[in-house]
Ligand binder design. Structure first.
Ligand code: AMP
Length: 305
């Protein structure tokens, strides 16, 4: 499995898959209902993140199935990530889109913070991609279309995701894609720009590597990287060392291998997203209107809102 490094300008790199620190300085945010573990029957573990575990669970009263993400406060504190978790929780709990994983609520005790999340039966897109090597153009275009719509919704709410990658995307029981991790996302005041470098090296756009100001268009770049990875099975700028990856991104050293065979239209979309000048990248609207997306994306009722 390819390994990826997580980058943040103010902190040591995190491991390849940081826990969706959907995080909770709970005291700082007031949940609508006072939840506790007694409200849930806990089922099988669904996975493990850097700071805790995720369990399948059922709310006792309604029998509603959810995923509970249990995060240990000590771990969060050790890594100085309370604020980040708080931001992630605030952002995610306010988003309502069929392709954004719901955060229903949260609670905490002395040791743990527990996030009540929508359950995504299909698990990580990353696992499916590794299993099949790469996706067909139809599959890839359908995921790109769903994700583009979810990002358009996020941008409308002034939220930049900044860390789109297959590890942060889950699938529900119908194979519907869900953005599941808002750990590096930020909510901007209309036209302002950010400077923090964060995200995963393979997916970082040049302006973030240079720690220049960046805006919503960082997500458009990551859509190009994702589209490439879905079709080829590896990210476009992968190299032996981080330094080389960095160099390849800065030069936009984009190469298309001869196998698997990928259509010229798909390559055209990728090439028009992986553009160094962020103002020249295709807009989200243009992605949805791109001939490759129109020809290949299979829209479900959930991704046509
Ligand atoms: P995370 O801590 O977010 O990295 O989650 C660890 C693992 O738990 C993920 O890789 C998923 O396989 C699984 N997982 C996390 N959230 C959910 C969810 N809402 N539904 C189903 N599985 C999940």
């Amino acid at each position: 499995m390819a390994s990826r490094s997580q980058i943040h300008s103010q902190k040591p790199p995190l491991n390849r898959r940081p826990s969706s620190i959907s995080a909770v300085p709970v005291a700082a945010t007031t949940p609508k209902k006072e939840w506790s573990l007694d409200d849930f029957e806990i089922g099988k573990p669904l996975g493990r993140g850097k700071f805790g575990r995720v369990y399948l669970a059922r709310e006792v009263k309604t029998k509603y199935i959810v995923a509970l993400k249990v995060i240990f406060k000590e771990q969060l504190e050790k890594h100085g990530l309370f604020k980040q978790l708080q931001r992630e929780m605030e952002i995610q709990s306010n988003l309502r889109h069929p392709n954004v994983l719901r955060l229903y609520g949260w609670f905490h005790d002395d040791l743990r913070i527990v996030l009540i999340l929508e359950y995504a039966h299909g698990g990580e897109l990353y696992r499916h991609l590794r299993k099949s090597g790469h996706f067909s153009e139809k599959q890839a275009a359908s995921y790109i279309a769903s994700l583009t719509q979810a990002l358009a919704y996020c941008h409308e709410k002034h939220v930049i995701h900044r860390d789109i990658k297959p590890e942060n995307l889950l699938l529900d029981h119908e194979g519907r894609l869900k953005i599941a991790d808002f750990g590096w996302s930020v909510q901007l005041k209309s036209e302002s720009k950010r400077k923090t470098m964060c995200g995963t090296l393979d997916y970082l756009p040049p302006e973030m590597l240079e720690e220049k100001a960046h805006d919503y268009t960082v997500d458009n770049w990551t859509l190009g990287v994702l589209c490439y990875e879905l079709l080829y099975g590896v990210p476009p700028f992968e190299a032996e060392s981080q330094k080389d990856t960095f160099r390849r991104i800065m030069k936009v050293d984009l190469r298309f291998p001869s196998t698997p065979n990928v259509s010229a239209e798909a390559k055209n979309l990728i090439t028009r997203l992986l553009v160094k000048d962020s103002s020249k990248r295709l807009s989200l609207k243009e992605i949805l209107e791109h001939p490759w997306v129109i020809k290949n994306a299979e829209y479900t009722d959930a991704c046509t809102n």
